[in-house]
Design a protein around this ligand. Structure first.
Ligand SMILES: Cc1cc2nc3c(=O)[nH]c(=O)nc-3n(C[C@H](O)[C@H](O)[C@H](O)COP(=O)(O)O)c2cc1C
Length: 357
């Protein structure tokens, strides 16, 4: 299988850097430490009133059933190593009934012979699968090329990623974001499958989410600050001084969920720095419908292949179930009715932005 061009080379460098360097936010956190469960932390509830064994984590997202409200964010494709990563994640998601995305399909559009590095349907016929393309690349490709890329991997939906901060500090970055909304709208209209927008770890505000919502996308994936920083990843690929200045730029995940929830009626994915089922429970309580993770899944795959990914996702589901038990929520609907207690920086932000009373 050929590995051609700058795009594939970049994907190789990304995997290598994310697995071997420190690429998490340094100063900024997700804000999840500022979110507490009224029921179990203030004070701890000794009488949940339900049986843990009867809790259902079942969720729906864009017409597909999930056994738990968890998915793996799009990461890779376009190189030989990526094929194994995608297949391992897909196998685990198929067994557990969860969803996943693939990484940017730019390399596949440029070199259709790379399709197999993204293709996971042989091992994961039933899961929710999202294709992926950067908003900055929408100007380069026809709607037909984008539709063929989504159909070529039998994806259920397309995620368009917004990565202005990453492109801004990348050596070869695409920095023309002038007509982003027009391009998103064009793709939304032309594709027969649902389209949603995701950030890559710098978050989305109320104002941006309002504009995104007006394009007709079916969901928003916040990918907020506090987890993996793509400005940080680019710092290791050159342009390090500029990247160092912007290492921690972005909207923390918790406030990004609140901002997007206020702006958008459709489903919201909470993501960016989600590292446990407890984190996921907090995001669902803040108004998200599904939670997504990238970095910890890649680490689990690198150490333990498909089995490693499965164990990590099982542990995350069990943590979520435990949090739900302790707050006395039998299903996700009941969890979402719980009101979080906010403190610290997250409360300051939420008050200033009138996201809470
Ligand atoms: C190795 C790697 C490659 C990634 N490549 C893409 C990509 O091609 N397209 C995309 O939308 N996001 C990409 N991401 C970003 C993730 O989807 C996610 O937004 C980000 O890592 C924040 O989540 P985390 O804190 O759970 O890692 C990538 C992440 C990783 C770790």
């Amino acid at each position: 299988m050929p590995e051609s061009g700058q795009t594939s080379r970049r994907k190789g460098e990304h995997l290598e850097i994310v697995l071997n360097k420190a690429v998490q936010f340094r100063e900024k956190t997700t804000g999840l430490e500022d979110v507490q469960f009224k029921e179990i932390e203030l004070p701890y509830n000794a009488l949940p009133g339900i049986d843990k064994k009867e809790i259902s984590l079942a969720a729906n997202f864009l017409g597909k059933k999930f056994n738990a409200p968890l998915m793996v964010s799009g990461m890779t494709g376009g190189i030989k190593e990526a094929q194994k990563v995608n297949l391992d994640i897909a196998k685990a998601c198929q067994e557990l009934g969860l969803g996943m995305g693939v990484g940017s399909q730019r390399a596949m559009i440029e070199h259709p012979e790379l399709t197999e590095t993204y293709y996971v349907r042989d091992v994961a016929p039933g899961i929710f699968l999202a294709g992926n393309i950067g908003v900055a690349q929408l100007a380069e490709y026809s709607v037909k090329e984008i539709r063929d890329a989504v159909d070529g991997i039998k994806a259920d939906a397309l995620a368009i990623h917004l990565n202005a901060a990453q492109e801004a500090v990348q050596k070869e970055g695409d920095t023309d974001f002038k007509n982003s909304l027009l391009y998103i709208k064009k793709v939304v209209r032309a594709l027969k499958k649902p389209v949603y927008v995701k950030e890559v770890g710098n978050g989305i505000t109320f104002e941006a989410a309002k504009k995104i919502a007006a394009t007709g996308v079916k969901a928003i994936d916040v990918q907020g600050a506090g987890g993996t920083t793509w400005v940080g990843v680019e710092a290791y690929r050159g342009n390090g001084e500029i990247a160092a200045t912007f290492w921690d730029v972005g909207i923390p995940t918790t406030v990004s969920v609140l901002e997007c929830r206020k702006a958008f009626k459709g489903p919201i994915i909470a993501s960016g720095g989600i590292r446990s089922g407890m984190d996921a429970a907090k995001c669902l309580m803040l108004g998200a419908d599904i939670c997504a993770m990238a970095y910890p899944v890649l680490q689990a795959q690198s150490k333990g292949g498909a089995e490693g990914v499965k164990k990590f996702l099982q542990k995350t589901s069990e943590e979520l179930r435990t949090a739900m038990f302790l707050v006395g929520a039998k299903n996700l609907k009941e969890l979402k009715k719980k009101k979080p207690v906010l403190k610290g920086k997250t409360l300051d932000w939420a008050r200033q932005r009138k996201l809470v009373k």
